[in-house]
Design a protein around this ligand. Structure first.
Ligand code: NAD
Length: 471
């Protein structure tokens, strides 16, 4: 069995000081695949020391040196795209095509930061003063197990462009992906200490990092509960904190939409990454008179979902990441039934023929109201709630009736959909399908988080402004 027991600190791989072991399980087969030896507080402390020691030099590197480093990183991840993709499939069951696309995002994030850095204004005149943007200091990046390379690379791209040194605390459920990413850093010739990676428990390595006095920036992607606890604890030292948290995105189907097409899109938006996506559109808002036709269209469109081994070409829905997620999602499906929602497709239990692996039945509920638990909480699995609305005003009110505000989708005639998008309080609104723009800001309204990342916003997120007054 494969044993992962290394941390990447100060430019080299070394045995983790931590002793706690986590058994790694293939979610498709439920077979053990290896062990992760988790980094502990001592490893976290060494990683911060190394980032702090490297900061003085790295924060003064030239723009050109950092551009070259970002390109070297992009080359290194692109060269290993095959291995990165396979690790994603093996570790959390993303279908091959989606895993490949997501692995490819990392190189793009580094290249984009390199391009933006070419003419990024670190200094400008404002009134009678010179305003200088300087790197904030040692940054800690904490990321979850879904979309690992994109989450790490988008934060890292901004930090490196800004001139920050970094400790990445990657998820304990993505040990192999973290190890491969660290190998990319090494292959890219990362100067010692500029980026360090440890995989370990959040309440051990994570807390040691977020509470460390030498850390000036925390960028966290993960659950609301942990994000809020980090913010609470940071009140004592006031490191800069960016939080990318959960979502419950509405997919608003306007009444001029082609319902067959809208149903296919709504399923794709809800079920990408096996439903394990913070941006998943998990509330489909449909004009009340069209509800029955939309549900018929959903039944027809469900033939496009192929649940099974994520390694098989053609599979669109793999298993959930682990038993905990499996139980959690089954619990929400039971809760939906108990609350009076009616399954259009799916329901409790496993898909037929899949009696091992953490597979759940892709489920669409109708007869859902905005106050039901399944319509309010982030389920993080393939469960879509269909909610009826009366008119556009009502649709906008339901769309915004949520503690979240990360993402939204509108389906309908283009201009009308664009106009409606302005009424939704969410960090991103996609028109007529899934879209990604790595230059556009990403982040949440309300409890979906604080701050924005991606593109130039990710660079600004790692800078502190200083005004020098007078001539
Ligand atoms: P999680 O909050 O349990 O863990 C996220 C990371 O935080 C992991 O690396 C974990 O080890 C670490 N962590 C846990 N406790 C910690 C603590 N006390 N101190 C410091 N670090 C700690 O989330 P998860 O289950 O890994 O991921 C799923 C969640 O992430 C979902 O809620 C999802 O919406 C969210 N997410 C958000 C985005 C976004 O960009 N907004 C993207 C992907 C996932």
């Amino acid at each position: 069995m494969d044993r992962l027991d290394q941390v990447y600190i100060a430019g080299r791989f070394r045995a983790a000081h931590g002793r706690e072991e986590l058994e790694r399980i293939d979610p498709t087969t439920e077979e053990p695949t290896g062990i992760l030896v988790m980094a502990d507080a001592h490893d976290a402390g060494l990683a911060v020391d190394s980032a702090r020691d490297a900061f003085a030099g790295f924060s003064r590197t030239s723009r050109r040196e950092r551009i070259d480093l970002l390109h070297a990183l992009a080359d290194a991840v692109a060269a290993r795209a095959g291995a990165l993709t396979e690790a994603t499939v093996a570790e959390y069951g993303a279908p091959m095509e989606q895993a490949r696309w997501r692995a490819g995002l990392a190189a793009g994030n580094f290249r984009l930061a390199a391009r933006l850095l070419e003419d990024f204004a670190f200094e400008r005149r404002v009134g009678g003063s010179t305003v200088i943007a300087q790197p904030v200091g040692v940054a800690v990046h904490i990321v979850p197990w879904n979309s690992v390379y994109n989450a790490i690379s988008v934060k890292l791209a901004g930090a490196l462009a800004a001139g920050c040194t970094v400790v990445v605390k990657a998820s304990e459920f993505s040990g192999l992906q973290n190890q491969l990413f660290a190998e990319c850093l090494d292959a890219a010739g990362m100067p010692p200490g500029v980026v360090n990676i440890v995989s370990g428990r959040g309440d051990v390595a994570g807390e040691a990092l977020t509470g460390h006095p030498d850390v000036r920036k925390i960028s966290f992607t993960g659950s609301n509960a942990v994000g809020k606890s980090i913010l609470r604890k940071s009140a004592d030292r006031l490191p800069r904190v960016t939080l990318e948290l959960g979502g419950k995105a509405p997919t608003v189907v306007l009444d001029d939409a082609d319902l067959a097409d809208a149903a296919v899109k709504a399923l794709a938006i809800a079920f990408a990454n096996n439903g394990q996506a913070c941006i998943a559109g998990t509330r489909a808002l449909v004009q009340r008179r069209q509800l029955a036709s939309f549900c018929t269209a959903i039944e027809a469109a469900s033939s496009t979902i192929v649940t099974g081994d994520p390694r098989e070409p053609g599979t669109t829905m793999g298993p959930l990441v682990n038993r905990r997620q499996f139980e959690r999602v089954q619990g929400y499906i039971r809760m939906g039934l108990a609350e009076g929602a009616r399954p259009v497709i799916g329901g409790e239990g496993r898909p037929r023929g899949l009696d091992r692996g953490y597979f759940v039945r892709p489920t669409v509920f109708t007869d859902v109201t905005s106050d039901m638990t399944i319509a309010r909480e982030e389920i993080f699995g393939p469960v879509l709630c269909v909610i009826g609305y009366e008119d556009e005003d009502h649709a906008a009110q339901i769309a915004n009736d949520t503690p979240f505000g990360l993402h939204a989708y509108v389906i309908g005639e283009d201009d009308r959909a664009r106009a409606f998008a302005r009424r939704i309080d969410a960090g991103r609104v996609a028109i007529n399908g899934v879209a990604h723009d790595p230059e556009a800001p990403f982040g949440g309204f309300r409890e979906s988080g604080i701050g924005r990342e991606y593109g130039v916003f990710g660079i600004e997120d790692h800078l502190e402004l200083k005004a020098i007054l007078g001539r």
